[in-house]
Design a protein around this ligand. Structure first.
Ligand SMILES: NC(=O)c1ccc[n+]([C@@H]2O[C@H](COP(=O)([O-])OP(=O)(O)OC[C@H]3O[C@@H](n4cnc5c(N)ncnc54)[C@H](OP(=O)(O)O)[C@@H]3O)[C@@H](O)[C@H]2O)c1
Length: 380
């Protein structure tokens, strides 16, 4: 059942969406409001003016979506009593995308939004007698330091003994555990890291992948973690938001965990770096600088390297390795995400990474790495 069928079955109930001002949330809401769905959408936003500006730019009809001010990090979500009562009487589904997506946050800060924020939303759901679906958008990297084949059924919290690369991964795994324990009507949609908007390679939101690439491009990373069988699993935004729009409210999939990942279409790290070199070397200025791409080392060697840099390194090198260390260790923890549930539900997976990787590199260069922190920002 997709959103239209769900509406037909649930009348005029409200779907409450968090994270609607974010990359994925905005796209999901746009998809739902433009598909002629009759049911009402409400968005929980921290800043109503910001939401209204975004909604206007996205071409949403005024009043198509009810905006409710709130903050998931606050117990009770900071909701006005009237808003809470309105939601309690009408909400039939919650789709939770809001998160602190910065990899470098300390654990307590990541937990405040990602774990505790989810607990606060679950508490609201418990007070809404008509809620029949709690969809949680998570990350495939709740798998943390796990290596090898990662089944969609693998619970993120089961990674506890192995650990996570950063506090973001851990706090998202903890949030998943809360969702599973609190309800039976959940679905968990785990996205891989987003690399670009779509097959064109255009990049709207820059993240740790782009920052790492810029540091490689500028010759600032001498070594990165990586093993011969390392791959980079990334996905385009349009695949993930389409999947969320189609699955979050689908009936008959309570208790499903779905990997929205490249899976078998992930790109081997060596091939990916070669492609970077080939593209960048087309620029005679870059070629003349004689920049070598970083060498790959196992995790132990990388950790010794970063430790040595911390203790004795130049401050600039220290900032570069710190910027990379919240994300890059995943490259030396090779894993293949199972996507069988996703493929069966959606009918097709995302495009293989090698189909758009070159376009994405071209886009970053054409836009002069705008919005991606480079030497100046990292060394500031
Ligand atoms: N993008 C990716 O590569 C990726 C990969 C895997 C999983 N995911 C997951 O997908 C979801 C959406 O990611 P995204 O990339 O769209 O995120 P994003 O662009 O960073 O946006 C985060 C959203 O969460 C909201 N938010 C943050 N703290 C909040 C708070 N205390 N109260 C209420 N709202 C708050 C933000 O609102 P403001 O506008 O007020 O800041 C924004 O709407 C997240 O759960 C993320 O973990 C994303």
């Amino acid at each position: 059942m997709d959103i239209l069928d769900f509406h037909a079955a649930h009348g005029d109930g409200v779907v409450l969406v968090t994270g609607a001002t974010g990359l994925l949330g905005a796209d999901v809401v746009k998809r739902w409001t433009t598909c002629g769905a009759p049911r009402r959408l409400a968005v929980l936003v921290r800043d109503r003016t910001r939401w209204e500006t975004l909604a206007r730019h996205a071409g949403l009809a005024p009043g198509a979506v009810v905006a409710i001010e709130g903050d998931i990090a606050i117990e009770g979500l900071g909701l006005a009593a009237g808003a809470r009562a309105w939601l309690a009487s009408r909400t039939t589904a919650m789709v939770h995308l809001a998160a602190d997506t910065t990899f470098s946050r300390p654990l307590d800060q990541a937990r405040r939004v990602n774990r505790d924020g989810t607990a606060h939303l679950l508490a609201l759901a418990a007070d809404c007698p008509h809620v029949e679906r709690f969809a949680y958008v998570s990350t495939a990297f709740v798998a943390g330091r796990r290596t090898g084949f990662v089944p969609e059924s693998a619970a993120g919290a089961a990674t506890e003994a192995i650990g996570w690369v950063n506090a973001y991964e851990r706090s998202k795994a903890e949030a998943e555990a809360l969702v599973r324990a609190a309800r039976s009507d959940w679905v968990i949609l785990r996205s891989s890291t987003i690399a670009c908007d779509d097959r064109s390679g255009a990049v709207t939101q820059r993240n740790a992948v782009h920052q790492a690439l810029r540091l490689f491009h500028d010759g600032l990373a001498a070594m990165i973690p990586g093993l011969p069988d390392s791959v980079l699993d990334v996905v385009p935004t349009d695949y993930v938001s389409d999947a969320i729009a189609r699955l979050a409210l689908r009936g008959g999939i309570d208790g499903a965990t779905v990997h929205l990942c490249a899976g078998a279409g992930a790109m081997p790290l060596g091939e990916l770096l070669d492609e970077c070199h080939a593209r960048w070397a087309m620029d005679p200025v870059w070629r003349r600088r004689g920049i070598e791409l970083p060498s790959q080392a196992d995790l132990e060697t990388w950790e010794l390297f970063t430790q040595a840099v911390e203790e004795t390194g130049h401050p600039r090198l220290r900032r570069v390795t710190r910027a990379l260390t919240h994300f890059l260790p995943q490259l030396a923890l090779p894993k293949c995400f199972d996507t069988r549930v996703a493929d069966a539900l959606l009918g097709a997976g995302p495009p293989p990474v090698r189909e758009y990787w070159g376009h994405m590199l071209d886009h970053l260069q054409r836009t002069a790495w705008r919005g991606v922190p480079g030497l100046v920002e990292v060394a500031a």
